[in-house]
Design a protein around this ligand. Structure first.
Ligand SMILES: *Cc1c(COP(=O)(O)O)cnc(C)c1O
Length: 245
């Protein structure tokens, strides 16, 4: 039985207001680009924020939450067991932690190596589940996370081969974390580029890759205009993150 989680009413009000503002901005960006707001899934990235914040947002109607650190994510899942939450894993994932992640997240956004894909698939198969994943693409030289564009087709083929008898991995699309720019407009071309990579991969492999996970607090509107189907927003909803303890 999960412990009682206390919600501070002033904090809950603030979170609900922030969520409403982000949703209004999503709706406006969809309108500008002629898109249905239902086609953009808002993932609230709750890393470093307490379970009480997540619960307050659940009560305000938010369902998708993203976490970046395995231990922290699993602890919150335990605290919030029984709540109507869809958990996303958005952070870098070490192969040795794939076992703890398989089957516990509706979507793993950050598959970036064959080794990780194979281990995640092995763990999903052992549990008899189909784990939905995205491939994270590296969009800048200084970044460590993500697969290089040159290796993307081979990795995508590997991931596709890891679905057997309805279990293993289900490749749903691509994710990126572009370099931080001074203005959101500068991120536009990076998002456009990820969409083109997705389109090319879809044509080459002959499979639908419906999802593009791109856009965060600083640039989610630009991402929506370039076709994001999943945006990952932390700071605009929760406020600044406390330092990692
Ligand atoms: C922290 C994080 C986010 C949210 O970032 P904000 O700028 O706070 O919106 C999104 N995606 C990933 C992968 C993250 O680690």
């Amino acid at each position: 039985m999960a412990a009682q989680i206390k919600i501070n009413p002033a904090r809950a009000q603030k979170l609900a207001a922030n969520l409403a503002k982000v949703k209004a901005r999503v709706a406006a960006a969809c309108q500008r680009s002629g898109r249905d707001p239902e086609s953009v899934r808002l993932v609230a990235v709750s890393k470093f924020h307490p379970a009480s914040d997540i619960l307050a947002l659940v009560e305000a109607g938010q369902r998708d939450f993203g976490e970046s650190y395995v231990q922290e994510a699993l602890a919150k899942q335990d605290e919030l067991v029984g709540q109507d939450i869809l958990w996303h894993f958005v952070g870098g994932l070490q192969t040795k932690k794939a076992r703890q992640v398989a089957g516990r997240f509706v979507l793993v956004h950050s598959v970036d190596s064959e080794k990780l894909a194979m281990e995640l698939a092995r763990r999903a198969q052992a549990q008899g589940v189909l784990q939905s994943v995205l491939i994270e693409v590296n969009m800048g030289e200084e970044q460590k996370a993500g697969v290089d564009e040159a290796e993307l087709p081979a990795l995508a083929e590997t991931v596709l081969s890891l679905r057997k008898d309805g279990v293993g991995l289900d490749l749903q699309g691509l994710m990126c974390l572009p370099p931080v720019f001074d203005s959101p407009e500068e991120a536009g071309p990076a998002f456009e580029y990820l969409r083109e990579l997705r389109d090319g991969l879809q044509a080459r492999l002959g499979v639908p890759l419906p999802h593009l996970s791109m856009g965060m607090t600083g640039d989610f509107e630009a991402a929506i205009e370039e076709g994001a189907t999943i945006i990952r927003v932390g700071t605009s909803i929760f406020g600044a993150r406390p330092p990692k303890s």
